[in-house]
Design a protein around this ligand. Structure first.
Ligand code: F6R
Length: 260
């Protein structure tokens, strides 16, 4: 696992660099897309590069991490709509190439199985962008999630619903209780994981993710078992890391050819 501690704007550039190098080398790459606030600066940077230097998503495929269940199709916070607004539309990515779990399906287990198959049929995810919840979730794999889980329905914790109330006018009652989410096993099958976390509110979750024991209590800790995981954090999110100085030293002396 590589840990980079840098100001938030630099983290977004680093993540965008990783996406850009992948797309330049493999224009039909498969990208895993997170929602929430953590990836927004990355999406902004990618949109800028699309507009200014022609970075193309025309042949790429995208798979979202998760979707609310029981949210109106036209709700601005439905993740499908968020992804369309924040990244697909700004980079000219054809909607038919960007997929998400169908939270409005009549048969949710069938929709989850179909989603898993679609990811495999596309060749698997090359680069997965991730955020982390204050309770240590990645995608919506809340504490207690099986480390081998696949796309399925989950119940959001009250902590996550409170954290996400800011997207619903501050009213926690408006935040759906259920979601469909890629499982931890699904996420672990991606070839490169890039997680972004900023702010002191994420400090404990980041400490557990990087330095805690692998445990379903802190689901993101499963990333310690991934052969290529990059964790990008600002000073606030790094503030509880025991080995912060070592991570800083390692990154500062990293060979310039290495990339993320
Ligand atoms: C969203 C997702 C979640 C968020 C996490 C952090 O697709 O998968 O795991 O990444 O809840 O959310 P923010 O970035 O809003 O703090």
């Amino acid at each position: 696992m590589e840990l980079v501690i840098a100001p938030a704007d630099e983290l977004a550039v680093l993540a965008a660099d990783a996406v850009e190098s992948l797309l330049r080398a493999k224009p039909d790459a498969v990208l895993g897309l997170a929602t929430g606030s953590s990836p927004l600066a990355v999406y902004g940077e990618l949109a800028r590069r699309h507009a200014e230097s022609g970075l193309s998503f025309a042949s790429a495929t995208g798979f979202m991490l998760d979707e609310y269940v029981g949210i109106a199709a036209d709700h601005p916070e439905r993740y499908r709509n968020v992804i369309e607004r924040e990244i697909a539309s700004p980079v000219g990515w054809p909607s038919r190439q960007v997929h998400g779990p169908d939270g409005s399906a009549a048969d949710l287990p069938a929709a989850c199985a179909a989603y898993e198959k679609a990811i495999v049929d596309a060749g698997g995810v090359d680069l997965q962008l991730l955020g982390i919840g204050t309770d240590g979730h990645i995608a919506f794999n809340e504490p207690g999630s099986s480390l081998a889980s696949r796309t399925r329905i989950k119940t959001l914790t009250s902590q996550t619903r409170q954290d996400n109330a800011r997207f619903f006018g501050g009213d926690v009652e408006q935040v759906p209780r259920h979601c469909l989410t890629q499982g931890l096993g699904t996420i672990m099958a991606a070839r490169h994981l890039v997680l972004l976390a900023t702010g002191r509110g994420k400090a404990e979750a980041v400490h557990q993710l990087v330095e805690g024991p692998v445990s379903a209590l802190w689901p993101a800790t499963v990333m310690q078992l991934h052969p290529h995981a990059t964790v990008l954090v600002d000073e606030g999110a790094a503030s509880r890391l025991q080995l912060a100085d070592y991570y800083r030293e390692t990154y500062a002396s990293k060979p310039s050819w290495q990339g993320l």
